[in-house]
Design a protein around this ligand. Structure first.
Ligand code: ADP
Ligand code: 5GP
Length: 185
């Protein structure tokens, strides 16, 4: 059987990755979204097992020690990682898998899965990125400042990726993302 494809979606916090992914998965329920583990506290409306596996620092350290994570990184004071087992099982069954992860994790995937398709989502401008983070209304001022600092570092690395897509108009961006994922143009 043909192996599934690993697709990595990266870009600064607040650029719209989650929004794009939700719509892409609605259009393509055959794609498998890898639910990450994180030590971050849930935001309002986030569901265990659907958005993240919310874990303690101790549990997260155990997962690292036991080799259960395909990649992991620290982001804005919290740990995030991709559980290995589900991803490998889906790919072995011919199912394509999407990871929505930050820059360091995406770099690790390039080492472990060189064939992965890595896509970077860019904001139309830094001002618009800040507006989107604020409009989400879920982060403290301190968290917003940290995310904006980190965003500049991430954006500077966009050229490391196979494809860059600017998330200006949502519907148009979704079409571009879909074309990239299915390599049609
Ligand atoms: P991320 O997952 O990258 O952190 P989100 O998907 O949470 O980002 O989006 C951050 C905010 O930006 C949300 O309020 C979302 O509705 C908004 N947003 C996403 N894409 C667009 C877009 N193309 N135009 C305007 N607002 C957008
Ligand atoms: P948020 O706290 O906004 O949900 O996520 C913060 C950042 O962590 C985002 O850039 C998101 O893509 C990233 N992230 C989510 N899950 C993972 C993961 O499993 N591994 C890595 N490396 N980053 C992740």
């Amino acid at each position: 059987m043909q192996l599934g494809r690993l697709i990595v979606l990266t870009g600064p916090s607040g650029v719209g990755k989650g929004t794009l992914l939700r719509s892409l998965l609605q259009r393509h329920p055959e794609l498998y979204f890898s639910v990450s583990a994180t030590t971050r506290a849930p935001r309002g409306g986030e569901i265990y097992g659907r958005h993240y596996y919310f874990t303690s620092r101790e549990q997260f350290q155990e997962m690292i020690k036991n080799g259960e994570l395909l990649e992991w990184a620290e982001f804005a004071g919290n740990c995030y990682g991709t559980p290995r087992k589900a991803v490998e099982a889906q790919i072995a069954q011919g199912q394509s898998v999407i990871l929505e992860i930050e820059l360091e994790g995406a770099r690790q995937i390039k080492q472990t899965f060189p064939a992965a398709l890595r896509i970077f989502i860019l904001p139309p401008s830094e001002a618009e990125l800040e507006r989107r983070i604020r409009s989400r209304g879920t982060d403290s001022e301190e968290a917003i400042a940290r995310r904006l600092r980190r965003a500049k570092e991430e954006i500077a690395a966009a050229n490391e990726f196979d494809i860059q897509i600017v998330n200006d108009d949502l519907e148009k961006t979704l079409d571009r993302l879909e074309a990239a994922v299915f390599s049609i143009s």
